[in-house]
Design a protein around this ligand. Structure first.
Ligand SMILES: *Cc1c(COP(=O)(O)O)cnc(C)c1O
Length: 229
């Protein structure tokens, strides 16, 4: 299957799943996870109409983003170390993996120099999987309250990765819990008021289930680009 066929199939699956559960497919953004694939593949996906990409590794991303320029948007979805916040704040349109107030403060300082707010998602370890990074769900409220004070950070939602061994149906309760948590925090007005609340959940294996549970961003790599080496 060609990359553009893969993208078509995913767009169709997104539309079918959304319609089945009474959602508007346009409310679901596909982030094409291009980690470990060269910039040429990103160009190919852009030619097939894809505009948003996800990257996990800063060094790798920096090279590709410099080459692609403003033909695409990039989300950072990897683990962010606090000594790498400067380059992350410069490179990305959205950082999906903020999991501490310390990281948020550092990103805020670097974004101040750029002069426009950075959109971020809080990464929540919803399954409390020891192998996964992310905030404990009960800590999200306090972190968001502190983020409210940061002028150059715009918190627009939550992101999660369920425990790796999960089948799609085993992942469903985790997705449900993330959606419930987001509604609760939205009720407390802890997200940026000028943006819809985003729920980033679902990957190649389980994005239809994530859409059924309210995902507004899905992060799909393998099903678009193939197996990573
Ligand atoms: C690699 C990765 C993905 C994509 O996973 P696939 O199974 O290849 O679709 C999504 N989200 C995160 C955080 C990732 O690291």
């Amino acid at each position: 299957m060609s990359l553009s066929n893969n993208l078509d199939n995913i767009r169709k699956a997104v539309a079918t799943t959304a319609e089945k559960c009474g959602r508007n497919p346009d409310d679901i953004q596909l982030v094409a996870v291009s980690k470990r694939f060269p910039a040429a593949k990103i160009h190919e996906a852009i030619a097939a109409g894809q505009r948003v990409f996800g990257e996990n590794y800063l060094q790798e991303a920096a090279t590709k983003i410099t080459e692609i320029g403003d033909k695409a948007q990039f989300h950072f979805i990897g683990h962010l170390q606090s000594n790498k916040t400067k380059i992350a704040a410069q490179l990305f349109d959205v950082i999906e993996t903020v999991d501490s107030i310390k990281l948020a403060r550092r990103l805020n300082n670097h974004r101040k120099d750029i002069g426009c707010p950075l959109k971020i998602l809080l990464q929540v370890n919803i399954g409390m999987d020891s192998a996964k990074s992310g905030l404990a769900p009960e800590d999200a409220e306090d972190v968001l309250k502190e983020i409210k004070e940061l002028e150059y950070i715009s918190p627009i939602g939550l992101m999660t990765m369920p425990p790796l061994t999960c089948s799609p149906e085993q992942a469903r309760p985790h997705f449900k819990n993330l959606a419930t948590l987001a509604r609760d925090l939205e009720g407390k007005r802890l997200f940026a008021p000028d943006h819809k609340v985003e729920l980033s959940m679902g990957m190649s294996q389980d994005f239809p289930v994530a859409i059924e549970e309210g995902a507004t961003i899905i992060r799909v790599g393998t099903a678009i680009f193939g197996e990573r080496s």
